[in-house]
Structures are given as structure tokens and as C-alpha cells.
Design a protein around this ligand. Sequence first.
Ligand code: FAD
Length: 477
Amino acid sequence: MTEIIETDVVVVGGGPCGSTVSTLVAQQGHRVVLLEKERFPRYQIGESLLPSTVQGICRLLGVSDKLDAAGFPLKRGGTFRWGANPEPWTFAFGISPKFAGTASTAYQVERMKFDQILLDNAREHGVDVREEHAVTDVVEEGGRVVGVKCTDADGVRREIRARYVVDASGNTSRIHTRVGGKRQYSEFFRNIALFGYFTGGKRMPAPVSGNILAVAFESGWFWYIPLSDELTSVGVVLHPDALERIRGDRERALLDLIAECPMIADYLSDAERVTSGPYGEIRVRKDYSYIQEKFWRPGLVLAGDAACFIDPVFSSGVHLATYSGLLAARSLNTALRGTDDADETALFEEFELRYRQEYARFHDFLVAFYDKHSDEQSYFWKAKKVTGSAASEVQSFVDLVGGGSSDERALVDAGSYLDRRDGEIDDMIWAVAEAGARIQVQAATGSTEDEQVPIRAGGLVPSTDGLHWSLPGRTAA
Ligand code: FAD
């Protein structure tokens, strides 16, 4: 007989998206069950993070101290040998006032460690995390999704019934089709990635030694990500025409490609490839840019890679996964609390619209960035164009690739939400502080945008605690 468990929200997948959404919903006192098919730590690609995740979402999750203690290399920006300029060029997140001071850094992470920290943190916030539970299908009743079916490592089957199901099970999701519509694969970004790990690779000089290095060459481009003093993640992204080159001996193919790219060959001249353990395998991923036609239907929400993914050149994957986790949590928290402000459709449309908008910014910018005959100035100009920012071209670029172009306070100034949640200041003082903070941001960025302004007519805005949606002008949590 199938065991049946009742809860408020069931989250499928314990990656950064699943941990984010489940923690932010559990923080509001709702019951959350998270089902993860693997036992952590498990391998995952996606090691270069953005400040919006590290300094924004991770602060909301209450996990910053644990990340600091983990000793991940500090990433201050990126260094690119890309475009018409034959010399490498570097940007620092810190040049944008949005990422001022401590908000200007991110980490390079071993995902086995990072994802474990986020999942443990979800448990500590009351999420009922069940590893080695593979979801096989959703349960539907009367046109609404009302739960999922899963099987654990002992073959025991369970049905978890919930008011909402979140599919955060990534690019290999088994249930994303149940939302309706298709996963549309990009015609433009039909690339292949081939990647492995090395010890003893060179480092750029301080203070940029923790930067991601991206190097374009004849056949595609390389990433070079320092994961510790010793360990480096090295991957090459190739056009699909190159598929033949990587069939067969992957190690030979990777080494040959490294030899074709003088800068990466030099950085790895004294390095050895890791050949055992979780980093010993040379892995391939292909056809990895897509977007789902629909992100939700009654009872079911797709977030993170389950909904969409865009080419990794600007390390946007975990940013999109954690930001969409926050957006979904707002819709879930507001729906579960019950509100006169908006019905379920309005709440989940707000989630979908904002997630699509952030995805589209990266997509449209990246299409221009893959024109390798342009120079950095024209890339910066394009960033300003796709974000519609009033800031300078270079700042628009840094805001975009740092994950801060949406003018979401949660991504660049999460502390202001936390102060308010802690109740350290009363409402009146808060109102004054908020107005002051906005003026400061506006002065620094030259922006007249206010994040409490809806992004469409009749749209919703984040509440004062950052964890619900409200009508404009009525932003109390
Ligand atoms: P995932 O991290 O995929 O987590 C999904 C979880 O769901 C997994 O733990 C999985 O085991 C579980 N799951 C799957 N199916 C089931 C099931 N049926 N039942 C229960 N659980 C299930 N992003 C960056 O930010 N920086 C980078 O440098 C970067 N580089 C990349 C390079 C390449 C080549 C590629 C392809 C991607 C890269 N990414 C990068 C993207 C990054 O890997 C993803 O965007 C990110 O991991 C998405 O997080 P997620 O939580 O949505 O999904």
C-alpha cells in the first residue's frame, strides 16, 4: 500500500533552487517536504557564482556565515580574452555602486560542498528533506496538481499530497512536461561542453586570482575556474559541429583542444589532470539552452533549470536558480497565507513574468556577446540596451553579469529586508530609512527606478519582508 503524506508545499530537487524555495517558504512557518533523488554530496557543474546569489539570496537564507567558513575562493569579477581585443580585459563587480563594499564579491564553489550547505540549511529551517527519494510523476485531481509520487532507495512508494508542487529538479526533470507546453531548445545556443579538473594550474595575480577566466579561441571558448589553491575546473564550450571531435577518447579531445588555446595551455603547463574520485571523469553536456513555454499551472510551479537555462558564459545558472526560488517563494507564501490583494493567477504570473524578464536579459545580451568580432565597448553598450538602465554602459554590463540589473533589493541589498524582518526598527523609522536608502541608491546609480514599482500595469511588488507579493502602495508583509 502506498503511504500518503500531507504537506503545504512539496519541492522536487535539492539543488540551489530547491533549497532556496523550500527554506524561504519554511521560514514563514509553512510545512515543506523536499525530495531529492541523490544522496548528498553529489557532483554538479555550475561552480562560478554571482554576487546576487552570495550577497543577496544566501543572506536571506541565513547561510552566509557557513559559506564564509567554507573558505571558497573569493571571486571579484571576470577576466576575458574575448572579442576583437587580443589582450585580456577584466571587470570587477565593485565598480558598480549596486555592489558596493562587501556586496562586491561572490565565490567559486565546489558544488558538492555548496549544495550540501544549502540543503543542510533548509533542514535547519524546518524543511523535511528526504534524500534518495526519486519523484516519478505528479498527482492530478480536477485539473489541478495536488502532489507527487516518489520511490525511495528501498523501493518504498509514497504519495506526497500538497497544496503546491515546485519542480526544482533541474535540466533532467521528469515532471516538467506536466506543466503543459514544450521545452523550447535554443537554435542559437546549441553548444557542447566538455570539462574536467586539474591540479597545479597557474593563478592570475592578486587581487584577481579568484576571477573566472574565459578565453575564446578558434573552436569555441574555455572556462578556467579556481576552486581552491590546488584545484581548477577547466571546460571548453564548442559549436555542435565539433561533436565528432569529442566522440571516443574524451581525454585526448580535451587535451588537444587545450593545446589549441595558447593562454589555457600556458595556465595548465605545470598542471595534472585529476583522474580519480568525483573530479576524475571528463564530462559532456550538450543542448543545454532552453525555455519552457509555460512556467506554472494550478498546483505546479517550475523554477531553476527545470524552467529554463541559458549558456554558461556569464555564470548565470545558479543566479537564475536562486532568484527564481525567491520569486516562487513569494508567490507560494502569499497564496498559502491567503490574501485579498491578488488571486492565484496574479501571484504566479508575477513569478513567471519576472523570471522570464531576467532570463531574457541574459539571453539577449549573450546573443550579442557571441559576436566575437566586437570589442568590449560594444558589449557594454549592448548590456545597457538590454537592461534599459540609466547607468553608464560599463556599469550596466557589470550590473547585468553580477545578477543585479533587475533592481531587486533582495539581490543587491538583502540586509535591508533582514533588518526589517528582525524588527530592529519600528515602521516609522523604517519608512524614513527606506526612503533614505532609495535616494542613496538612486544617487549612486543615477537611476530613478524604484523596485516597489510594478514591472507591468496592474502588477505586484515585493512586500516589506521580501517574502510575499503586495499591491503597490501596500507593501507591508
Ligand atoms: P540542479 O542543480 O540541477 O539541481 C536539481 C536537483 O534535482 C539535483 O540534485 C537532482 O539530483 C534532483 N533531481 C532530479 N530529478 C529528480 C527527481 N526525479 N526526483 C528528485 N530529485 C531529482 N551556473 C553557474 O551559476 N555558474 C557556472 O559557472 C555554471 N557553469 C555551467 C557550465 C555548464 C557546462 C552547464 C551545462 C551549466 C553551468 N551552470 C553554471 C548552470 C548550473 O549548473 C545550473 O543552472 C544550476 O545547477 C541549476 O540549479 P537547480 O537547483 O535549478 O538544478
